[in-house]
Design a protein. Structure first.
Length: 414
């Protein structure tokens, strides 16, 4: 069945499956250890939140001109830039001797995250018919999940061989990530055929005026963009808890690297088994209904993470998912699949020629995650650890869901 689906899909989709899948797998090796690595290098909770905040501020400043450059120079070139930054991230992490040496790595990481996965999704949406888009998005995550299934235990084994959860134990993961990111970069450079560049500016003017005019016109012409920005803001509020979830699992719940690896494997396995069925569901009953069916799984997983009396129950959090760890890696579990109908509906809400600019304006919201990380660091340091984990859940339930329900689901036929 999967082979039949793949045969009907564009070659660019297949290139992305290989290259971005490799990059995602390599990032997943170290994802659960980044915060633990920073702490081992001497960072305290406030400094840990500050690291994420600095990256978010720079990413916000980068997003507005980057959105313009996506529309001006094309998605492929900006995707290559994101992959170059991911190579620098792995190199800087691997060579870090103190926690403050991670600051440029965090900056490059946030920019690469802002570029790689959203631009990959833009390409997938752009080369896939609307009636198969959610399935194509789900299929990409399902295929990426196959090697990712083994990443947590592979990473745990590497960490154990080199000395456990310590600087020396974690550092080799980044050199493996470096090699894989370089291969992904070369594959995209050589094999990915670019999308046609659909420019949105017809009159010559300065770069600054072009950017200002473009975003002004975008806000005026797209009625529901402001609602989407509210929804994306709430998702970014997950930054309150994101840096501290691995610390909670290891330092509060007493897990070691093997159990952390088990939780990651269970999370990825749950997603792998349900991604394609949920993609079919989103294409048949709609993106909105599928999102609302899956989202409560994250609420249940977060509550289990907080109150689990033992490791057996705690493992369920990995299966269901945890608010704050969204995307292709992390403990996003079954609930994390809700992001597929969400992001598919998001991109379908805007014409193809405006998606680069839309990504640019949404990237401005990264400062929300920066502020959230700082707040989370202060609350964690003051002992309000449960509050750090519960606040994103409340914001999601009370603000994101009502706003999302209001937005129309009409698909753009492009």
């Amino acid at each position: 069945m999967i082979s039949n689906i793949l045969r009907r899909l564009d070659r660019r989709f297949k290139v992305l499956l290989l290259s971005i899948g490799l990059q995602t797998w390599s990032s997943g090796l170290s994802a659960q250890y980044n915060q633990l690595y920073a702490v081992a290098l001497g960072a305290n909770p406030i400094e840990l939140g500050s690291l994420k905040s600095v990256g978010g501020v720079v990413s916000s400043a980068f997003s507005a001109p980057a959105g313009y450059f996506i529309s001006r120079f094309g998605v492929k070139r900006m995707l290559l830039l994101g992959l170059i930054f991911s190579v620098l991230v792995a190199l800087l992490y691997g060579c870090a001797l103190n926690w403050w040496m991670l600051i440029p790595a965090i900056i490059f990481m946030r920019i690469s995250m802002w570029l790689i996965m959203p631009l990959t999704d833009i390409i997938i949406v752009g080369v896939t018919p609307s009636e198969r888009r959610a399935l194509a998005m789900s299929l990409s995550r399902a295929i990426w999940a196959i090697p990712a299934l083994f990443a947590p235990y592979f990473a745990a084994t590497i960490v154990s061989i080199f000395g456990g959860i310590s600087v020396e134990g974690i550092r080799p993961l980044y050199f493996i990530q470096l090699a894989a990111s370089l291969i992904a970069l070369i594959l995209v450079l050589i094999m990915l055929e670019p999308l046609p560049i659909q420019k949105t500016f017809s009159h010559p003017m300065s770069l600054t005026l072009s950017i200002i005019r473009g975003y002004r016109e975008l806000l005026k012409s797209e009625r529901w963009l402001k609602h989407w920005l509210v929804a994306l803001t709430i998702i970014r509020l997950g930054g309150i808890s994101a840096p501290f979830i691995p610390l909670w699992i290891v330092h509060v719940k007493g897990a070691d690297q093997q159990f952390l690896g088990l939780m990651g494997t269970l999370s990825i396995l749950a997603q792998f088994l349900l991604q394609i069925p949920m993609g079919y569901l989103a294409d048949s009953i709609g993106r909105k209904k599928t999102f609302l069916v899956l989202r409560p799984m994250l609420y249940a997983g977060t509550l289990i993470l907080i109150w689990a009396p033992n490791h057996t129950v705690l493992a369920l959090a990995g299966i269901l998912g945890v608010i704050g760890l969204m995307g292709p890696v992390g403990l996003s579990g079954i609930g994390g699949i809700s992001f597929i109908p969400f992001i598919t509906m998001y991109w379908e809400s805007f014409p193809a020629e405006k998606r680069g600019m839309v990504q640019g304006i949404s990237g401005l919201l990264d400062f929300v995650g920066s502020i959230a990380s700082l707040i989370g660091g202060f609350l964690w340091n003051m002992g309000y650890m449960e509050m750090v984990l519960i606040l994103p859940l409340l914001a999601d339930l009370l603000i994101l869901v009502p706003v999302f329900i209001r937005m129309p689901e009409g698909l753009k036929k492009d």
